[in-house]
Design a protein around this ligand. Structure first.
Ligand SMILES: *Cc1c(COP(=O)(O)O)cnc(C)c1O
Length: 366
């Protein structure tokens, strides 16, 4: 079976973890934490980087650090992983779902403006599947209405916009290091920000809300959202290879795309000039006339040893998130068209070719 994703533990991961164990620093203090934060901020060219326990707690901490809570509304895309909305709900705010753009699966600028109300405090943009959003226009909206911007970069570490790392445009940028992300620490996350005030707040929030200068004195009811030194040890090793890891992901995309680009069943999105995406998971879009084949095609691939992943269900279609009954036609359309093909560092060219051949074989046979 060819899995859809797999971490690439190809460098000093084992050595650094052993070092942490040898030194006895296995909990949430230790030199790897400081080093991982320092190297992450250098890589993303952000002023402050604060490690946290995962990508969801990164979002929760970010929202809390901006003072978002009860009675506030937060705009976010419907087409995203549930954690983006769960984080909003868990701080007591209300998620308001925004449709996808006409051109790609990211947020629709017009629909953002439609959904803004007096209660809107923040927009969370998600650079879904590694594709940067229209950040420039979104920043304009945030300035116009005086609302905060959080960038959920869980799937987009390494992606750039006007040659700057995603995550460095908003008030806070959040990252995930879950096993299938561009780099992994098992579980883990990071917040980046250019504001010393927000950075300080995030550090306090992740550590039970304690005053950094007065232990066991709680400035607020915080969380334990800390990363461990063991996770950070893996993170340091992963960051040493990040250029290589990202380059291979993009090569994989190019190889798939080259094979499929002339096929009538295949559709794809055009990348805007200012965006430099990262191919987190290769996105295959079925062209309009072949949408009804999705289920059968994915089963055919599974029967031939190829794991795939459907696009995320648009969140507004689930009972859990049904606060209104709006229809978001673009999000639903991209969901129907899209699925992901295996994308990971160790995936071989001949395996990619086998996957391409098997997809094509399905359409030949039908
Ligand atoms: C993975 C992911 C998250 C959550 O990250 P975890 O580390 O799994 O908590 C949040 N948002 C998006 C878009 C993701 O893909």
């Amino acid at each position: 079976m060819i899995p859809v994703a797999k971490p690439a533990l190809i460098g000093n991961e084992k050595r650094y973890v052993n070092q942490a164990i040898k030194d006895g620093w296995i909990s949430s203090r230790g030199s790897f934490i400081d080093l991982f934060e320092k190297n992450f901020s250098e890589y993303t060219k952000s002023k402050y980087a604060i490690s946290v326990s995962n990508g969801t707690t990164a979002l929760v901490t970010a929202l809390k650090s901006l003072g978002i809570g009860n009675g506030d509304e937060v705009l976010l895309p419907s087409l995203t992983f549930g954690a983006t909305a769960n984080s909003v709900i868990s701080v007591g705010a209300k998620p308001i779902f925004v449709d996808s753009s006409d051109h790609n699966w990211n947020m629709n600028i017009d629909d953002i403006e439609n959904k803004i109300s007096k209660k809107t405090k923040c927009i969370i943009i998600v650079h879904l599947y590694g594709l940067p959003c229209e950040i420039k226009n979104i920043i304009k909206i945030c300035k116009k209405y005086n609302i905060f911007l959080i960038e959920d970069c869980a799937e987009a570490l390494g992606a750039k916009y006007f040659n700057k790392h995603v995550g460095s445009f908003g008030d806070v940028g959040t990252f995930s290091f879950f096993g299938n992300k561009n780099i992994s620490t098992g579980e883990g996350g990071m917040c980046i920000t250019k504001s010393s005030k927000i950075a300080k707040k995030i550090r306090i929030l992740r550590d039970h809300g304690m005053d950094p200068n007065k232990r066991y004195w709680h400035l607020e009811a915080g969380y334990n959202h800390r990363m461990t030194n063991l996770q950070a040890a893996i993170g340091c090793a992963q960051l040493e290879n990040i250029e290589k890891l990202i380059m291979r992901r993009n090569e994989i995309q190019d190889r798939y795309h080259k094979f499929f680009s002339k096929k009538r069943y295949y559709d794809f999105i055009r990348t805007p000039q200012e965006a430099t995406p990262v191919n987190w998971l290769f996105c295959f879009l079925l062209s309009k006339d072949f949408i009804s084949d999705k289920k059968k095609l994915l089963k055919y691939l599974m029967d031939n040893g190829i794991e795939t992943r459907s696009f995320f269900y648009p969140l507004h279609t689930m009972k859990t998130y049904q606060f209104d009954h709006s229809q978001l036609v673009n999000a639903e359309f991209f969901f129907e068209k899209g699925f992901n093909l295996p994308t990971y560092y160790e995936l071989k060219d001949r395996e990619i070719d086998y996957i391409c051949f098997t997809v094509d074989e399905y359409f030949q046979k039908k």
